[in-house]
Design a protein around this ligand. Structure first.
Ligand code: PMP
Length: 362
């Protein structure tokens, strides 16, 4: 411990800022990949009623195993790529961030390594830092795809305890080729391979989910979230599917009653409205494709996207572009490689505001 510093942060945290996009009050917020369409009145009323019922029992701790929610999540996953998943193969926490943090707590730690391929989700090194796990970052190609052969070799060399790979990737939007999951699960040996499908529901027609491979690879974990396609970011519910023994290992590190009765009730009620909550996914995909096309027509470089956001560039001074958009009331994200910016897909009106603002700024 350095005697002079106060508060006595451990060295790895000195100089670090809390993670997170600026939360600014702007007319058009397209910076955190939320679903721009909130739940309907009918869904909100059911969620409110479920929370009211839960409120009557708030003197008691909630079900630590969130049994009803696990059943409902299992049923949902079996409709979207999962094959014969059972509730003992499903786990949830307050956002998929917490799910992945728990994975690092269970399988990472001192003397162990976690790996991903940059540019990728900026929270991954933070899970490693917070769990005292060594962090190694490989690289993606210039078009943000993964050189699978190089990735396989690197995983075999580094022997990571945890591989973290989003598909589609954030901030680039790039999905993994279907064969990547099996290649990396085999290369990882006893290491856990997390396929982070936070944006999985936005994948193109015909692209498989890694969920179908859980029966094939005992070291595969697929994470999902209710924050994106499900339009429930405010509820903080993320979840995973994996072999029962992997779920049991994660149960060791979870804090008791980590998922509140209010959260469980809200998520369960929301899942009864899944078709409706997910009903805007097709519209958002179409809006995304139109956005990619429009940006390319402006002569910009645009990464292919399977998600609900688009990475575009390259700007000599991206901060000036970001600031110009903000001055026009449109907040996007200054993230990814230098020169690039990321815009989340919003409503048609929000995207029109974005296009107008960008045209003025460029
Ligand atoms: N994974 C990826 C790739 C993300 O972009 C995000 C959120 N931006 C998350 C996981 C975490 O989301 P949440 O905690 O809301 O589930």
């Amino acid at each position: 411990m350095t005697a002079l510093s106060w508060p006595p942060l451990r060295d790895a945290l000195v100089g670090d800022e809390p993670y997170g996009a600026p939360q600014l009050d702007v007319p058009v917020a397209l910076n955190t990949n939320e679903n721009p369409y909130g739940p309907s009145e009918a869904a909100a009323a059911d969620i409110a009623e479920a929370v009211r019922e839960a409120a009557l029992g708030l003197n008691r701790y909630p079900d630590r195993e969130f049994t009803a929610l696990r059943h409902a999540l299992t049923d949902y996953l079996n409709t979207d790529g999962g094959q014969g998943l059972t509730p003992d193969m499903v786990w949830a926490a307050n956002g998929s961030n917490e799910v992945m943090m728990q994975i690092l707590q269970a399988f990472g730690g001192p003397g162990r390594t976690a790996i991903s391929f940059a540019p990728t989700y900026a929270m991954y090194p933070e899970y490693a830092r917070n769990s005292l796990t060594e962090w190694v970052a490989g690289r993606r190609e210039d078009d943000f795809s993964l050189d699978l052969e190089a990735a396989r070799r690197m995983v075999e060399e580094v022997r990571p305890a945890v591989v973290l790979l989003p598909s589609p990737n954030n901030p680039t939007g790039t999905a993994l080729p279907p064969e990547a999951v099996s290649v990396l699960c085999e290369a990882a040996g006893n290491g856990i391979v997390v396929i982070d499908e936070a944006y999985g529901e936005f994948r193109r027609e015909g692209v498989p989910s890694a969920l179908e491979l859980i029966g094939t690879h005992r070291n595969l974990v697929v994470t999902r979230t209710m924050s994106k396609a499900f339009a429930l970011a405010g509820a903080r519910v993320g979840y995973l599917a994996a072999r029962p023994e992997v779920v049991d290992a994660i149960r060791i590190v979870r804090l008791p009653y980590h998922l509140s009765a209010v959260t469980q009730a809200a998520a369960l009620a929301a899942l009864r409205h899944a078709p409706e909550l997910l009903g805007k996914v097709d519209d958002l995909r179409a809006e995304r494709d139109a956005c990619v096309e429009w940006l390319r027509a402006q002569g910009l470089e645009v990464a292919d996207s399977d998600a609900n956001f688009v990475l575009f560039g390259r700007f000599a001074d991206r901060h000036a572009v970001w600031q110009g958009l903000l001055d026009a009331g449109v907040l996007i994200r200054e993230t990814g490689p230098e020169g690039w910016l990321r815009v989340s897909v919003g409503t048609p009106a929000e995207m029109a505001a974005f296009r107008d603002a960008l045209t003025t700024v460029m």
